[in-house]
Design a protein around this ligand. Structure first.
Ligand code: SF4
Length: 283
C-alpha cells in the first residue's frame, strides 16, 4: 500500500519477455566521453535486454543478449529503438558475464548456448569479444547475430571464440541494398568471404519482404553467393512480420512498410526452394 511518499521509478530490468519491448533512454545522462570509453574498452555494454528460451537464434535453446546501437537504417527494422545506443541499459561486463553464468547448466542440458544480437552487436565489438571469450571459457556454445558490416573489427583469434555466426544477408543488388538499409553491401560480403576462408560455421538469415526482397533473380543471386562460400550450414528464411510496427509509431518515425503484409506460406516456400536449388539447406 502506498504511504503517499513519491518513490523513484523502478529501474528497467535487464530481463525482457522479448526484444519487442519498446525501450528508450535507458542510458540516461551517461556523459559522451564515458560512453565512448565504455565502447573502446568493452568494460560496459549498452543492452536492450537479455531474453531466455529462444529457439530461433542458433541451435538448441538460447540465452540472447540484445545490444543497443545500430548504424544501419533498414526500412523494415523490427526494433528501431535499438538504433540509438543511448536507449540501452549500461551493463558492466562482469554483470553481463554473471548473467550468462547463471544459465550455463541449463543451456548445456538443452544443447543451446548464448547468442549476442542487436541492434548491431559489433558496434560494441570490445564488449562482444570479451563476453564471448568469457562464455566460451564456461564451455557454452556462442553465436553472433550480425549484419557483418563491422566484421573486420574482430581479430582472427576473437572469431575463434564464436562458434557460429548468424549472418544477415538482406538483398543481393547493391542499389536495392542501399535503399533497404541505407548502407553498402560490400563490407558484409567481405566478412562473409573472410569467415569462409577461415571455415567458420555460418547460418545465413534472410528476411523475405513482399515487394522488397522477394524478386526471384535477387534471391537466386544471394543463394549462389552463399552456396559458393562453402561454410554456410543453413539458411533461415524469415517471413517479414509487423510485430515492430508499434515501435515506429511510438517513436514518431515514418514507417514505409506500414501497409506491407507478411509473405504467404507459398511465397516463403518458393524463397526456400531458390536457396535449396543452389545446394543449401533452407528452412
Ligand atoms: S541491421 Fe538489424 S537492427 Fe540494424 S537497422 Fe537493420 S534490421 Fe534494424
Amino acid at each position: 500500500m502506498s504511504d503517499g511518499t513519491p518513490h523513484p521509478p523502478e529501474p528497467t530490468p535487464l530481463a525482457a519477455r522479448s526484444p519487442f519491448e519498446l525501450r528508450v533512454g535507458l542510458a540516461g545522462d551517461v556523459p559522451e566521453l564515458n560512453l565512448r570509453a565504455a565502447i573502446a574498452t568493452g568494460d560496459v555494454g549498452f543492452l536492450h535486454s537479455f531474453t531466455t528460451g529462444s529457439t530461433v537464434d542458433g541451435p538448441g535453446v538460447r540465452l540472447v543478449a540484445w545490444t543497443a546501437g545500430c548504424m544501419w537504417r533498414c526500412v523494415y527494422c523490427h526494433n528501431p529503438d535499438t538504433w540509438n545506443i543511448r536507449n540501452g541499459i549500461p551493463v558492466p561486463l562482469e554483470r553481463a558475464i554473471e548473467e550468462v553464468r547463471k544459465y550455463r547448466h541449463g543451456l548445456k542440458v538443452m544443447s543451446g548456448g548464448f547468442t549476442l544480437s542487436g541492434g548491431e552487436a559489433l558496434l560494441q565489438h570490445r564488449f562482444a569479444a570479451r563476453l564471448f571469450a568469457a562464455a566460451r571459457a564456461m564451455g557454452i556454445h556462442t553465436a553472433l547475430d550480425t549484419n557483418g558490416f563491422l566484421g573486420d573489427r574482430l581479430s582472427d583469434a576473437e572469431l575463434e571464440s564464436i562458434d557460429l555466426v548468424l549472418l544477415d544477408l538482406k538483398v543481393w543488388d547493391p542499389e536495392r541494398h542501399r535503399r533497404l538499409t541505407a548502407m553498402e553491401i560490400g563490407p558484409t560480403l567481405e566478412f562473409a568471404r573472410r569467415l569462409a576462408a577461415q571455415r567458420r560455421p555460418v547460418w545465413v538469415r534472410f528476411v523475405l519482404i513482399p515487394g522488397w526482397t522477394d524478386d526471384a533473380d535477387e534471391i537466386a543471386g544471394l543463394a549462389e553467393f552463399a552456396a559458393g562460400l562453402g561454410n554456410v550450414e543453413r539458411v533461415d528464411v524469415l517471413p517479414f512480420h509487423q510485430m515492430g510496427r508499434f515501435k515506429w509509431h511510438e517513436l514518431g518515425m515514418e514507417y514505409a512498410l506500414a501497409e506491407v503484409s507478411p509473405p504467404t506460406a507459398e511465397a516463403t516456400e518458393r524463397a526456400c526452394a531458390l536457396f535449396r536449388a543452389a545446394g543449401l539447406k533452407a528452412y
